[in-house]
Design a protein around this ligand. Structure first.
Ligand SMILES: Cc1cc2nc3c(=O)[nH]c(=O)nc-3n(C[C@H](O)[C@H](O)[C@H](O)COP(=O)(O)OP(=O)(O)OC[C@H]3O[C@@H](n4cnc5c(N)ncnc54)[C@H](O)[C@@H]3O)c2cc1C
Length: 380
C-alpha cells in the first residue's frame, strides 16, 4: 500500500526514539506550544527531548552505533508537527553538536560533547551571517585579531537562537588580514557567559518568540584553543554543509505533516466545501512522501562533497520550504475561522512556515546558491 493512502498516524515512522519523541511531543510539548509561540523558552522540554536522543541521533553513539541523519530528521519532524519553534531549536542543538564533533578538538569532544548530546548543556549556531557571506550576500560581522594563545573577537550577530546565559553556539569570525594580504576565518564555540559577551533582547518577532533568540555583542572576547572548532574554517564548513542544510528538512517536513493532519481533522465536517480548494491533503501527502524519500536518500551520505550532491540537498531544502508555505496556507483555508483563532496551531503554523522560508538558507539564498553552483558545474 502506498504510504500516501495510510491515515497520518500509521504513515509516521516508528522506532524507539521516534516513539519517545512522540510521547514528549504529544504530551508536555503540545501543552506548551501556545506559550512557546507567545515567548516561553521551553528549556525543560528541550532537555527531555535531548535526553531521549532526539538531537544527537545523527552523531556516533557511545555504544558504537554510527550517526543516522535520517533518524535525526524524523525525530525533529515528530516534534515540529506539534511545535515548529521547538523543531527549530532541536536543529540548533543538533548542528552545534555536529560542529563540536567535526572539530576533532579533544576539548570540544569527550565530556563536553557527551553533556551536549544528553541535553545537560544547550547551544546553537550563529552561522547565518557566514553562510550569507560565503554566498556573497553580506559581509562577515565578527572580526578576530590574533593574540597570544588565541584570538580577540569583536562584533555583533543580530540574532542567534536557543540561547540563555550559560549556553553557547558555533560562530565564525574573519581573521584580520596578514601582511601578505591573505584572508581566512576561524570557527569557534562562543560561550554566552564569557567575559566580553552580552546577550540583548531582539525586537518582537511575528513568530518563533520562544526560541531564546538574542543579539550577541562581543567586545574583546578571548577565544582560546579549547573553544576552537576550525582554523581555517572553510574546509570544515565544506564537510558539514550537507548535514547542516539537510537537518533543517526535519523542521519543514514536520510542519507540513502537521498542516496536512489539521486538514483531515475537518474533512468530515467541511469536506463537502473544502473539496473546491487546491492543495488538498491527499495531494500534499503524496508530494510530502516523495520529498521524504528524496531527503532520506540524501541523508544516507551527508558528508558527500560532490557539488552535484550539494545542489540536490539545496533543492530538497528549497522544495521543503515551498511545500511548507503551501501546506500551512492551505490548512488555514481548510480550517477557516477555527484555524484563525490565536490559540490555533493552524495559524501558528503559517508563521512557522514563513520562518522556514526565511531562515538561512532562505529560499532566495538557496536559489542563488543553486544557480551559482549549477553554472560552475556546466561544461564551458
Ligand atoms: C526568529 C529568528 C531566529 C533566528 N535565529 C538564528 C540563529 O539561531 N542563528 C543565525 O545565525 N541566524 C538566525 N536568524 C537569522 C536568519 O537565519 C536569517 O539570516 C534572517 O532571517 C535574514 O535572512 P535573509 O536571508 O532573509 O536576509 P535579509 O533579511 O534579506 O537580509 C539581511 C540583511 O538585511 C539587513 N537587515 C536585517 N534586519 C534589518 C532590520 N531590522 N533593519 C534594517 N536592516 C536589516 C541586514 O543588513 C542584513 O545583512 C534568525 C532570524 C530570526 C527572525
Amino acid at each position: 500500500m502506498n504510504p500516501a493512502d495510510l491515515p497520518p498516524e500509521l504513515a509516521t515512522p516508528s522506532s524507539p526514539l521516534i516513539n519517545a519523541v512522540r510521547v514528549i511531543a504529544q504530551g508536555p510539548l503540545a501543552q506548551q506550544a501556545y506559550a512557546i509561540d507567545r515567548g516561553t523558552y521551553p528549556e525543560a522540554v528541550l532537555k527531555q527531548l535531548a535526553a531521549a536522543g532526539a538531537m544527537s541521533a545523527h552523531l556516533p553513539q557511545a555504544d558504537g552505533t554510527p550517526g543516522d541523519y535520517g533518524l535525526a530528521i524524523a525525530a525533529m519532524a515528530e516534534a515540529s508537527k506539534v511545535c515548529g519553534a521547538t523543531g527549530f531549536m532541536m536543529w540548533c542543538q543538533s548542528v552545534a553538536g555536529l560542529y563540536m564533533l567535526a572539530s576533532g578538538n579533544p576539548a570540544l569532544n569527550g565530556e563536553r560533547l557527551t553533556r551536549h548530546m544528553l541535553g545537560e548543556a544547550l547551544g546553537g549556531t550563529g552561522l547565518s551571517n557566514p553562510m550569507k557571506s560565503f554566498a556573497q550576500i553580506e559581509s562577515l560581522l565578527l572580526k578576530a585579531t590574533p593574540v597570544e594563545g588565541g584570538y580577540l573577537v569583536n562584533g555583533t550577530l543580530p540574532w542567534v537562537s536557543n540561547l540563555a546565559a550559560d549556553h553557547y553556539f558555533g560562530a565564525i569570525a574573519a581573521v584580520a588580514t596578514d601582511d601578505a594580504g591573505t584572508s581566512r576565518e576561524i570557527m569557534f564555540m562562543l560561550r554566552c557567559d564569557a567575559p566580553g559577551v552580552t546577550l540583548k533582547a531582539c525586537p518582537e518577532f511575528s513568530g518563533m518568540e520562544g526560541t531564546g533568540t538574542f543579539s550577541v555583542h562581543c567586545k574583546d572576547l578571548f577565544v582560546g584553543r579549547d573553544d576552537l572548532v576550525a582554523d581555517p574554517a572553510k574546509p570544515l564548513i565544506a564537510r558539514v554543509r550537507g548535514g547542516f542544510v539537510l537537518l533543517q528538512c526535519g523542521m519543514a517536513t514536520g510542519i507540513i505533516q502537521g498542516a496536512i493532519d489539521s486538514m483531515w481533522a475537518v474533512e468530515g465536517q467541511l469536506g463537502h466545501v473544502n473539496q473546491y480548494l487546491e492543495d488538498r491533503p491527499a495531494d500534499l501527502q503524496a508530494e510530502l512522501d516523495a520529498l521524504l524519500v528524496r531527503v532520506m536518500t540524501l541523508a544516507e551520505t551527508p558528508f558527500e562533497t560532490a557539488t552535484e550532491y550539494f545542489i540536490d540537498v539545496l533543492d530538497a531544502r528549497s522544495h521543503s520550504a515551498e511545500l511548507c508555505l503551501r501546506a500551512a496556507n492551505s490548512a488555514l483555508m481548510h480550517q477557516g475561522a477555527r484555524g484563525y483563532l490565536m490559540q490555533s496551531a493552524v495559524q501558528r503554523r503559517v508563521r512557522e512556515a514563513q520562518f522556514v522560508a526565511i531562515v538561512t538558507p532562505a529560499i532566495k539564498h538557496l536559489r542563488k546558491e543553486m544557480a551559482r553552483l549549477s553554472a560552475q558545474e556546466m561544461p564551458a
